[in-house]
Write a protein that binds this ligand. Structure first.
Ligand code: CA
Length: 186
């Protein structure tokens, strides 16, 4: 985080707001979570391509001093509407879950990792909490197999052509998200 300087009161307010927000979002917060500490930072940057201001907000959550969660959001055009958001969840310093969402597609993607490598991803195309696609990754994190949830709830293994298509989409998607989230991280 940057030195607080003149923005200290503003940042403190943001910290309080974010803590309150986190509790509102999770009414079942256990006593344990009260010990979690959030570090909030907010950066505004002019996008030279659009000549509009983008607002980057990040909330890092620590438990006993160890990074537990890293939430990033981007409000393009500073209109108060979030355009992209992503959360990384860590276990012993390693990412185990990454969730991302973007306003354009309304799609939520969750990738579960083990030993720093993506193992399974879920794609929830309308963000209703139920995955429409479950992607299995090989050792190079490429999509090796995919299962689709049909409208009637039944699961159907995808054919080879669909898997190649998912492969392409997943690479594009993750590169896109990495790019955006790295932009937020700077
Ligand atoms: Ca916006």
């Amino acid at each position: 985080m940057k030195p607080l300087g003149n923005h200290a009161p503003l940042l403190c307010l943001l910290c309080i707001a974010a803590t309150g927000l986190a509790q509102l979002r999770n009414p079942n917060a256990s006593a344990n979570q009260n010990e979690d500490s959030n570090v909030v930072s907010r950066t505004e940057r002019l996008d030279r391509d659009t000549n509009r201001t983008n607002v980057y907000t990040k909330i890092k959550t620590y438990r006993d001093g160890v990074l537990l969660k890293d939430y990033n959001e981007l409000d393009k055009g500073k209109d108060g509407l979030i355009d992209v958001k992503g959360t990384r969840i860590y276990q012993s310093g390693e990412v185990v879950l990454m969730e991302s969402w973007d306003a354009k597609s309304k799609t939520t993607t969750r990738t579960f990792s083990q030993a720093g490598r993506a193992v399974v991803s879920e794609i929830d195309t309308n963000s209703d909490g139920i995955a429409d696609w479950i992607l299995f990754h090989d050792k190079d994190e490429l999509v090796s197999f995919a299962v689709q949830r049909l409208p009637d709830g039944k699961l159907q293994p995808a054919d080879r052509a669909t898997i190649s298509e998912m492969q392409r989409g997943s690479q594009l998607g993750s590169k896109f998200m990495d790019h955006l989230l790295d932009g937020i991280r700077k």
